[in-house]
Ligand binder design. Structure first.
Ligand SMILES: NC(=O)c1ccc[n+]([C@@H]2O[C@H](COP(=O)([O-])OP(=O)(O)OC[C@H]3O[C@@H](n4cnc5c(N)ncnc54)[C@H](OP(=O)(O)O)[C@@H]3O)[C@@H](O)[C@H]2O)c1
Length: 267
């Protein structure tokens, strides 16, 4: 890929995770980066890796717990103190809790909503007010947004909220130099527990699963082409469309049978 020089930064949330790192490694070819995640150590390691490969690029970061309004405000003040403007926002940070809703604690309910929805909207609002003349916003939702998902109910609802929100924002920002794309990936080989879940889903899981690099590449391609919504990969397009011929109740019973066998937590 051809490297461009830039004066503006690319903001990546969730940069320390599997998909976020893939975004960082792809985006560094196009511009300077501003990264965030909770772990200062992971952010520093990623910065060192990127700067070693691309010494002419600037990489800055701020460790931030996105569930904490004060921590977000500190990050925003830091950015303002440096005068950064953004030409791209990659909303990648997210938490995925999978279990029956009655087994949640109050803390977990709030945590997942805050990371997936509140923080994403808050960062998006901030970046819109600190944007370069042209801005691309790409948000990682999930295939879970397509249908209500018993045993993944809150996650699926938060991701559906993101797809809905960014579809509206796209129209609100039309003609103002802002492109907005939402990506709904299926399984992505990231954390060991996620890889194990994908393997546990048999042939279907393996067919539809993708690498983080593939997701980052398709997402960046989507926002460059100004696509509203993308399901990366052939089998994810099939999953997102073909089952619609069945009544919703049938689809949900199928999903419930599948997801009730797995549990995972997030902190
Ligand atoms: N993997 C999949 O199969 C899959 C499929 C569809 C959609 N997605 C979505 O893709 C995104 C990335 O997933 P992934 O698999 O790369 O997950 P991951 O490896 O667990 O990474 C999650 C990222 O979110 C950050 N994060 C979580 N809670 C945070 C908080 N309170 N404050 C700040 N940052 C926080 C983490 O930062 P720290 O590590 O620094 O805490 C990390 O950078 C998520 O939105 C997920 O819902 C994933």
């Amino acid at each position: 890929m051809e490297e461009k020089t830039s004066e503006h930064y690319i903001f990546i949330s969730g940069a320390t995770g599997g998909i976020g790192k893939a975004f960082a490694r792809a985006c560094i070819r196009e511009g300077d980066l501003f990264l965030t995640g909770r772990s200062e150590e992971k952010l520093l390691r990623l910065k060192e890796e990127l700067c070693a490969q691309f010494p002419h690029r600037k990489v800055d970061f701020f460790a931030c717990d996105l569930t904490d309004e004060r921590s977000r405000a500190d990050m925003f003040s830091y950015i303002e103190s440096r005068g950064y403007l953004f030409s791209r926002l990659c909303n990648v940070a997210g938490a995925d809790i999978q279990k029956a809703f009655y087994k949640y604690t109050q803390e977990k309910i709030v945590f997942q909503c805050r990371v997936n929805v509140e923080a994403t909207l808050s960062i998006t609002h901030f970046v819109l007010h600190h944007r370069a003349p042209q801005l691309e916003i790409v948000t990682i939702s999930s295939i879970s947004a397509v249908y209500p998902m018993p045993y993944f109910a809150e996650y699926s609802a938060t991701k559906a909220a993101l797809t809905s929100f960014f579809s509206s924002l796209r129209l609100e920002m039309k003609g103002q130099g802002v492109r907005v794309s939402v990506i709904e990936p299926g399984g992505v080989y990231t954390r060991p527990d996620v890889c194990k879940d994908i393997e546990g889903q048999g042939l279907w899981g393996k067919l539809s699963a993708k690498t983080p690099e593939y997701i980052a590449c398709k997402s960046l391609c989507a926002v460059r082409k100004n696509k509203r919504l993308v399901h990366p990969g052939f089998w994810n397009k099939v999953i997102a469309t073909v089952p619609r011929i069945l009544p919703l109740g049938v689809r949900m019973r199928f999903i419930a049978r599948r997801w009730s066998r797995q549990e995972k937590d997030a902190f």
